[in-house]
Design a protein around this ligand. Structure first.
Ligand SMILES: [Zn+2]
Length: 340
């Protein structure tokens, strides 16, 4: 069996673990509810139990380290989970130290959006690029920036809080306390809220019928739009405009080769793409308009494989494709398993 990393994606609701190969293949995968309310010690105990299960089930596995991702804010260099709003009782938890002592393996930590950006860049929709912005549009909006072959961390690893850039002066209040955040107007939650306001319970609208007459979610909007429902199509048009405005800012700020859109709402990417593109063509300066906007490819394993790559690709910039190209340039032939 080839060299593997243990990978963990610690979410507010689900804790996922996997054994991942260097090429991004997931060899084995386990998950269970995080039960975040139980506090950090209990959750770390579950991480250790999942790790032991993966190792016991694969006694031949050559595991060389542990890559983990968790919600921010966290300090990737110090290996400390600072205190995510979705994980109660986590305050400055030295996760790298704890897991390193437990397993005697090197451990790397990254915030979940950055890990997903790494995953899509190395193994998914972003293969072969040197700069990309990954945007996840779901309950909130998060993201990660790969700039010139590296994660862009900024001070204390806090860069790329894409969801909280202000893009308008009026909106519902964002959970961060501000008004007009990208997330407050364009997240899946915001789209569902708009739809819920638009249709009243029992009004016979498709949106409310799909929602069983309770609150309408973004998923219902996408479903109704696919059925040609006029109200849903209008909501999708407005959503695409907000996404296009946010993406235009990202193009101007980071000049990526590619913007990759993931998260739950990327299930409706085909419906949103034309509106996003039209807004970018209207608002972005000419030199930025030809940058492709593409859906993510890895779904909910992006964070796991990205976290694994922190171990398996350590010290190696670039993506699978650029490594192959480098190797070919050096040897004049196809790449071996490992670039030098
Ligand atoms: Zn905000």
């Amino acid at each position: 069996m080839s060299t593997l990393a243990l990978a963990f994606d610690l979410g507010g609701t689900e804790l996922r673990g996997a054994l991942v190969e260097r090429g991004g293949e997931v060899v084995a995968r386990v998950s269970e509810p995080t039960m975040a309310g139980a506090g950090s010690e209990a959750v770390i105990g579950r991480i250790i139990a999942l790790a032991n299960k993966l190792l016991d089930d694969h006694p031949q596995a050559k595991v060389v380290g542990i890559g983990a991702c968790a919600p921010g804010p966290l300090d990737p260099k110090a290996g400390i989970v600072i205190g995510p709003p979705t994980l109660s009782g986590w305050h400055n938890v030295p996760l790298i130290d704890i897991l390193g002592r437990q397993f005697g393996l090197p451990v790397r930590l990254e915030n979940d959006a950055n890990a997903a950006a790494l995953g899509e860049w190395r193994f998914g929709a972003g293969r072969g690029t040197s700069s990309l912005v990954f945007v996840t549009v779901s309950t909130g909006i998060g993201g990660g920036v790969i700039a010139d072959g590296h994660i862009y961390h900024g001070r204390r690893g806090l860069a790329a809080e894409i969801g909280h850039m202000t893009i308008t002066s009026e909106s519902d209040r964002c959970f961060c306390g501000n008004v007009g955040c990208f997330e407050a107007v364009a997240s899946g939650t915001a789209l569902g809220r708009q739809a819920t306001r638009l249709a009243a319970p029992g009004d016979g609208s498709l949106l409310r019928r799909l929602a069983g007459n309770s609150d309408v979610s973004a998923r219902h909007v996408v479903e109704a739009a696919r059925a040609g429902d006029a109200a849903a199509l209008q909501l999708i048009e407005a959503e695409a405009k907000w996404l296009g405005i946010g993406f235009t800012n990202l193009l101007h700020l980071y000049s990526p080769d590619l913007i990759v859109m993931g998260g739950g709402l990327s299930n409706g990417f085909d419906l949103l793409a034309a509106g996003i593109r039209a807004t970018i063509d209207q608002r972005a300066m000419h030199a930025y308009r030809d940058v492709p906007i593409v859906p993510a490819e890895l779904g909910d394993r992006a964070g796991l494989v990205g976290a694994a790559s922190l171990i398996l690709w350590e010290g190696e910039p670039g993506t699978a494709l650029s490594m192959v190209q480098n190797e070919e340039a050096k040897t004049g032939g196809p790449a071996g398993a490992r670039a030098g």
